[in-house]
Write a protein of this length. Sequence first.
Length: 417
Amino acid sequence: MSDEQIFEIEMVDMAHGGSALGRHDGHIVFIPYTIPGEIVQAQITGSKGRVRFAEGLQLIDASADRVFPRCPHFGPSRCGRCQWQHIAAHAQPLIKQDVLADQLARIGGFDDADVRPITPAPAQWGYNQYMVMQVAPEGQLGFPAAPPLNEGVMPVDECHIMDPALLDLIERLDIDFTGVQRIQVQRDSDGAFMLILWVNDENDAPELATDMPMSVNLILPDNEPVNLIGDASSRFTVGPHTFRVTVGSAFRANVAAVDTLANLVMHALELPDEAAVLDLYAGVGVFSAYIAPHASIVTMVESFPPAATDAEHNLPVDNVDIIEGTVEDVLTSIDGDYDAAVLDPPSEGLSVEAIDALADFGVPRLVYVSSDPATLARDVKRLARHGYTLGPVYPLDLNPQTYYVDAVAVLTRINVP
């Protein structure tokens, strides 16, 4: 390492992905575990075009928002599951709000997006009621390694963003993880534990022992769930509703925050009397459960068969119609006039085909629930080409101690053909 490779840099902004950025020698430089306003001594570790990636060697001038991380696994080349434990809890939501606005401007071209004040999470620690963990070659459980190592699995023996009862469950497992790619540990709202194992073959199911009662399920490479012990589904209570969630069906891990999210969706919908609503990428029916009492008809669209079956169980009401299929296919095959649609796609966002189908279908109001600011900005830009106008964007912090930020965006279109 030569002296010429080491330099001082002031971090000026936070980038999507968890690193702060500064400028040095005509290049943008990303450095993880730093905070805007700090001055650090750094060294370049890689590059991509005119962008440089670096690691911080010494903190020269610290931000007032810097705190000591709670977890001993946090930091460079350690566990990469959290990225922001070094940032004070009060500062994290404000930074996320700025990152969301920045992504809407940079990617979407919405320089004046109406980004509302962020809604904080109800809890900063221990909020995830399930966690997915990877299996290291030596058989320990962990998470992907953080930069600059950025490869392999970093074994952990504690995690402060999961329900503490889950860590207790892991400690009391006696299991050989040979043949297992990753696992999910979870506790539902009734206190019931479940272990889910991703395996290549049903015969790879390991022998296990624990002194805690729990259900055990497998997920095969085709996403087919196989029940081994106990139940194949869990029960999660959100506000006044309880949802059955079968293995493989999507559900947000921060269950305590889902009621806030659902009520924000309802606020964004601004439903007229006797409204007809589409619920796309509907999962087990969380948003439809909130919408149904205020609408004449709710049409749910969900492509994962067990989730659609869960929705039928969760919503035994006459004004909810559940269609199993992809959004792209269903929108080109159904008719009807709808006042609004809720979109809750996976983090990779909407396909071009889905956006085209939405535009052709002609729903005048869209409420887009996003878990990734970059794909939200991209999709909103594409929808704008079809005549939609971006309205208020409501950010939420559902994942404290990480860079992840969720948002609810409103899009409207007039003169729909």
